[in-house]
Design a protein around this ligand. Sequence first.
Ligand SMILES: *Cc1c(COP(=O)(O)O)cnc(C)c1O
Length: 359
Amino acid sequence: MPIHLSSTFAQKSPGVLFNKFDYTRAGNPTVDALEQVLASLDCAKHGIVFSSGCAAITALISIFKSGDVIMVGDDVYGGTNRLLNKIFGKFGFKVRMVDFSNPEWKKSVDDQVKMILIETPTNPTLKVFDIQDIASFAKSKNIISVVDNTFATSYLQSPILLGADAVLHSCTKYIGGHSDCIGGVITTNCDSLKDRLRFNLLSMGSCMSPFDAYVFLRSVKTMKVRVVQHCKNARVIAEYLESHPKVNKVIYPGLESHPHHQIAKKQMRDFGGMITILLKGGFEEASTFLKSVKVFTLAESLGGVESLIECPAQMTHMSVPPEQRKILGIDDSLVRLSIGIEDVEDLINDLNQAFDQIK
Ligand SMILES: *Cc1c(COP(=O)(O)O)cnc(C)c1O
């Protein structure tokens, strides 16, 4: 697909286009090609891409109005939390945070709730929620259900086939896969939702650049082979970590020990590349461990071909208040790993030597 860098397109006669494009903020051939690819991967009719995952979430929330309640998980992505509370909160939008793994959450749904936005697996505690159950409950109450599918990817999980109204991804992660581009997408079968999102995109100007669309189009061609390898490596590493004496607990949806393993098995084709561990000890031990890795890179983000490691309490989840972090089980000994596609022996040797540095 060529990169169409034009911001504007010649017209045949006033208001009559040669094809469907007039101005790149509203649409562009390269961006359009990406939208079609990403929609098809989610088994959806429509795809709308944005300049980032957060821009996609902004456009999504903006279809609602002051007084409407948006329901999200209590461990929702920090950027989504910040948008809902610090930006949309100022305009009268209401957020209700619940634990979707506790069936009681359904009791906190009332007429004010207009959208349920779920993430599964969640970040960083990798809880897995039953998409089919949540989506059908939402449908029965006339509530829009959206799944942030960033951690699972379209290759491993198809929320629309499970009944969700729309799917959202931060393309920055597994779709891009090389940690070199920022983008977001929403896919849906619902025509009116698509129209409202397109209108918000056009009005807000959160369009993706054609160059970035080209990069994502190129990346997506290898998404399957990358994700297969992420899953393969993650399984081997999760099992290795489970047997390591310096690890208290390993959280990976593919392990029998994961409390939601059966739900994961039901709705995911494999279990992804994200692993969370709780180290024995506290901040000191975690800090030594994280400073000692050589093949893993100590960095935020995830989903790239290179393995990343981080401490959410000090990095990605720093903005979550300490009391809330405590409820969610995000303490200083919790370490999140984004397993890349390197030789798994290299990764295990690296973790081994880093564990040896802990006194
Ligand atoms: C990264 C991320 C986002 C935000 O995407 P950006 O592309 O960074 O704006 C949203 N949801 C999840 C689950 C993410 O991991």
